[in-house]
Design a protein around this ligand. Structure first.
Ligand SMILES: [Zn+2]
Length: 184
């Protein structure tokens, strides 16, 4: 029972600490913020690995009461670290979701049923000029959804210059052919 109470205190402390780190990050630029989140994640992962290793060492040898207590403490801390790892990992994922458009998306082109490559491309900011000769959004979606080799970041210029997207050679070919057929 005492162990549970101790773990609860540690968990509460961890949340307070996390909240402090997150609120400090609010002042950072997005790129710096991303780096901070990644650093926190790495720190937690490192701690988890180190403590797991330490516990294994203790448990593999004949040990005294003090060593046993340390092992029990580690046993309490590990799930808390796992919780923290999950928190930072999902925060990082959420943070990157806006420009890592491949996250959680199938790598099979729905129009051509083939595996696509992931490429890093420049982010295009600003209102993109639409010409009369351009294919409509609906047509693009249906016939060649993964033909574009840039990514539109919206009207407001953001801090990023690069995005990760899927590209399908068959889509690019299909768009080229469509343009050729509609260029008159
Ligand atoms: Zn395709």
């Amino acid at each position: 029972m005492l162990g549970v109470a101790r773990a609860f205190v540690k968990l509460t402390l961890l949340y307070l600490l996390t909240a402090a780190v997150v609120s400090a990050m609010a002042q950072q630029t997005p790129n710096a913020k991303q780096q901070s989140i990644r650093a926190e994640l790495e720190k937690v992962r490192h701690d988890y690995k180190t403590l797991t290793q330490r516990k294994k060492e203790i448990d593999s040898q004949p040990n005294d009461a003090r060593a046993r207590r340390e092992s029990e403490e580690i046993q309490e801390i590990l799930p808390i670290l796992a919780e923290s790892e999950h928190y930072w990992a999902s925060l990082l994922k959420k943070f990157e979701a806006g420009r890592y458009t491949t996250e959680g998306v199938s790598n099979i082109c729905p129009a051509h049923n083939r595996k696509m490559r992931v490429i890093r491309v420049p982010i295009a900011y600003g209102l993109l000029a639409i010409r009369r000769s351009d294919p409509s959004q609906e047509l693009r979606q249906q016939e060649f959804p993964f033909a574009l080799d840039y990514w539109s970041g919206g009207c407001v210029v953001g801090p990023y210059t690069e995005a990760k997207i899927y590209i399908c050679p068959d889509c690019q070919r299909a768009e080229k052919e469509w343009r050729k057929a509609h260029s008159k």
